[in-house]
Ligand binder design. Sequence first.
Ligand SMILES: Cc1ncc(C[n+]2csc(CCOP(=O)(O)OP(=O)(O)O)c2C)c(N)n1
Ligand SMILES: [Mg+2]
Length: 362
Amino acid sequence: MAAKKKPAAKKSPVKKAAAPKAKTAVAKAKKAPARKVKGPSDKVLKEMHLKMVRIRRFEESAGKMMEDGKIPGALHLYVGQEAVAAGVMQHLSNQDWITSTHRGHGHLVAKGGEFKPMFAELFGRATGYCKGKGGSMHISSMDLGMLGANGIVGGGPPIAMGAAFSNKFRKNKNVSVAFFGDGASNEGSVHEAANMAALYKLPCIFVCENNGYGEYTSQARHQAIVDVADRAAGYGMPGVICDGMDVMAVYEAAGEAIERARNGGGPTLLECKTYRYYDHVGVRGMGLNYRTDEEIEAWKKKDAIEGFEKRLMQLGVMTQKQIEAVHTTVAKDVEEAIEYANESPYPGPETLLENVYNEKGA
Ligand SMILES: Cc1ncc(C[n+]2csc(CCOP(=O)(O)OP(=O)(O)O)c2C)c(N)n1
Ligand SMILES: [Mg+2]
């Protein structure tokens, strides 16, 4: 497993694991040992696979529709980063909170979001999770413990920290997880939230999805460090790095951090090294030359879903046929959900002041 950790605030609190070379993931899959008794059950492995396939299929379709002008506004697609959401969310219940980012569809899908109200929300329809008033960047579901996507970069961590504070205050065992990017890791709000979470030993996990870019700016051009997890030392919490293209590595690292948080051990900064396949916005994006095709192809060789599917077959957890059946079912779900969203009504003008703070206090 790629995840490594050290205790907080002693010399260097970060154990480092470089992002894997393209060949490693494949080689690992080939050499995978026979199914061990220890480790995630077959059920967990299948659930994580399903989560990743659902995210990818949802995003591929949503991206296409945005590019075809069928969805109003911009979409930031999560394709490539699926292992992070799937591996973390596998440990969470609906009573655990998460905060998301502008790239948030994958987080909600992995948290149990259904396609119909998700597509409806993207289409701005009244049947959407936020009654069509949130859209891609404000989608949320209190029932699922999803406190919201967020167009404000770095806006999520203070909210997750506050939710963790409420969990501690209520003395329950629930945790909150803040997802944020490498770009967001430079925002003051992230530092403030992490500082406070460590100070009060809050059950909060800070998951940095380091995809190497903030919009069109490479990490090397926006921060003087390579590993965001190095910053954990300054907050006084453990910093852990894991391979964000390997769902098992994410599952293991997140599991440790979440268990520590549930048992009063305080927060962890978990950095997942990952990559987004499509442009910052949409699929083709603005056509700016800020990264090379070779770089994109190298990361695609470590694809989280393909690599995991090989592993599942080698472990005897799933057959090729069963894997194909998952893809077929999910594709059908997507199709039905799009139809549902397309046929759903827009919110009427009479609902304009509903579910917002206004002078009537509604
Ligand atoms: C406070 C704030 N500053 C700037 C922006 C513009 N902006 C939108 S996304 C983005 C980059 C975020 O990068 P990162 O956190 O690494 O997330 P990623 O897009 O890579 O998932 C920026 C600067 C914003 N939305 N909010
Ligand atoms: Mg980024």
